[in-house]
Design a protein around this ligand. Sequence first.
Ligand code: DGL
Length: 262
Amino acid sequence: MSNASIGIFDSGVGGLSVLREIERLLPNESLLYVADSGHVPYGEKSADHIRERSRAITGFLLDQGAKAVVVACNTATAAAVAELREQFSVPIVGMEPAVKPAAAATRSGAVGVLATTGTLQSARFAALLDRFAGSVRVYTQPCPGLVELIEAGELSGPRVTAMLREFSAPLIEAGCDTIILGCTHYPFVRPILETVVPEGTSIIDTGAAVARQLAARLAQRDLLSQGPAAQTRFWSSGEPKALEQALPALWRGNAAVLQLSF
Ligand code: DGL
């Protein structure tokens, strides 16, 4: 079992920002990646719809032999991780905006969160703030339209720059010196975000922490692979060719992408 694969999914290409951290930390692990691009964006969909997709995709990954599943999407974690853990017995690793490290890092006492509407409106996010924000002021900002640009391969240029300027401005005005990337798509536009916020603003992404959490969960159950890793396999519920074309910019190379049939 320990040489079995790890399944990873997201609404689209965003989870590749998590996959690359998992590859870096756990090079012996074989990975399976599902982009639910036929249903992107999750951020504007109902929690019921996201739960249904998350259940079906997790079932598919387990059918492919996955020994653990990473929900590489903040929105799907908020909507579905509790239910997935009830339904499936393998380790399920989710992710949420990094409020705890941001609250520890801020010097101004104000932290900003860029995330989807779905994540920011979720009960899980409210509980996260209750638990970890303490006396730190947390300002939230949904980013409608940004995921769509990233899905279309637009990682820079005037539209991305204008959007990031617009979304970060209220946070900067409120005095935030720390900005959390609360959506797995956003690390791909981090270089542009860095150019529109004041120098010295900390930008926090959760991919590496999720990889560490995954490693700990696998170690606990004696499920770490001894390697060698098999080739990473990809599926898309959207247009497989689109993901094939996007991979070189978002991952470390080319790969064939299979059609997810549901
Ligand atoms: N990448 C996702 C997240 O981390 C969701 C983006 C979307 O589909 O709206 O929240």
